[in-house]
Write a protein that binds this ligand. Structure first.
Ligand SMILES: *[C@@H]1O[C@H](CO)[C@@H](O)[C@H](O)[C@H]1NC(C)=O
Ligand SMILES: *[C@@H]1O[C@H](CO)[C@@H](O)[C@H](O)[C@H]1NC(C)=O
Ligand SMILES: *[C@@H]1O[C@H](CO)[C@@H](O)[C@H](O)[C@H]1NC(C)=O
Length: 249
């Protein structure tokens, strides 16, 4: 019904009833994304006259809708890949773009509507910088020489911008449980850390310890350190003497 209306009424007349508002928003000017993974772009805005906005829209600065509740309005290229994760009624317009393509750079801008009223915002556009490979995990230092049987604790951290699907860690140590923590380093940029504690076993020699971060949709990046394991001579001697003493009895 309302569709029919707008085809009958000339657009200049619709404009007479449309009110434009400009309010303040906070979106990073530039944001990094890992291609094929997802990106969660932080966005907050001032809400108008204490009446919450319910129709939040993200568009290319040059035109073309990339997120709208009505899927038919969305450009084919972005259909099913964009979502507002934020609670619009609380002034949160945080956007997720999934399965990022290398040319999804934007700039993308947030705007909103309520009835015939249209809302534009300051600082509401983001330019996305693409990275083809993920950040390298950083491992905490480990002693270069360790005694077999001793316990060591090591952590591995990696930065990402896909807070809705954070990276998962795996370790080259079998059967170990890890503790995972997430910290936000700056607006929308996250660091995930995995910490393990394990007992060094095995024979004398150099062993490598690897942590691998697997990012959303499969890209991986690993980091390794070398551990030189020393089997304590005293233990061997004690065992040998023990055997000798036992035999003598
Ligand atoms: C938007 O930005 C302009 C220029 O920086 C400023 O003059 C204006 O007051 C801002 N508007 C709001 C609603 O913050
Ligand atoms: C906005 O919403 C996102 C997604 O739910 C959330 O992670 C973020 O903390 C919210 N930001 C603020 C300022 O509340
Ligand atoms: C893994 O841990 C469980 C329980 O701690 C233990 O029963 C099992 O033998 C361990 N497996 C390996 C391969 O070390």
């Amino acid at each position: 019904m309302s569709n029919r209306f707008s085809t009958v009424i000339p657009s200049w007349l619709v404009c007479l009833f449309t009110e434009f508002h400009v309010l303040a928003a906070d979106v990073p000017f530039r944001f990094t994304a890992l291609t094929r993974s997802c990106v969660v772009i932080p966005c907050t805005f001032q809400y108008p006259e204490h009446v919450p906005l319910t129709r939040g829209i993200w568009s290319k600065k040059t035109g073309g809708v990339i997120f709208h509740k009505g899927q038919s309005r969305v450009l084919d290229h972005f259909k099913g890949r964009t979502k507002i994760l934020g609670d619009l009624s609380k002034g949160n317009c945080t956007l997720e773009i999934d399965n990022i393509k290398s040319f999804d750079n934007g700039p993308f801008c947030f705007h909103a509507e309520r009835g015939n009223d249209k809302y534009r915002f300051n600082n509401s556009c983001v330019f996305i910088v693409m990275k083809a490979s993920p950040a390298t995990p950083v491992m905490t230092p480990v002693p270069t020489e360790v005694d077999a049987g001793s316990t060591i604790t090591v952590s591995c951290s990696v930065m990402h911008t896909c807070s809705s699907h954070p990276p998962e860690f795996s370790w080259s140590v079998s059967n170990v449980t890890s503790k995972v923590t997430d910290t936000s380093t700056e607006q929308g940029i996250w660091e995930r850390t995995s910490t393990i504690t394990f007992m060094v076993t095995g024979r004398d020699g150099v062993h490598s310890l690897t942590c691998t971060a697997t990012f959303w949709r499969g890209k991986q990046q690993a980091s390794s350190v070398e551990l030189t394991v020393k089997v304590l001579i005293i233990i061997i001697l004690a065992a040998v003497f023990g055997v000798v003493i036992c035999r003598k009895r």
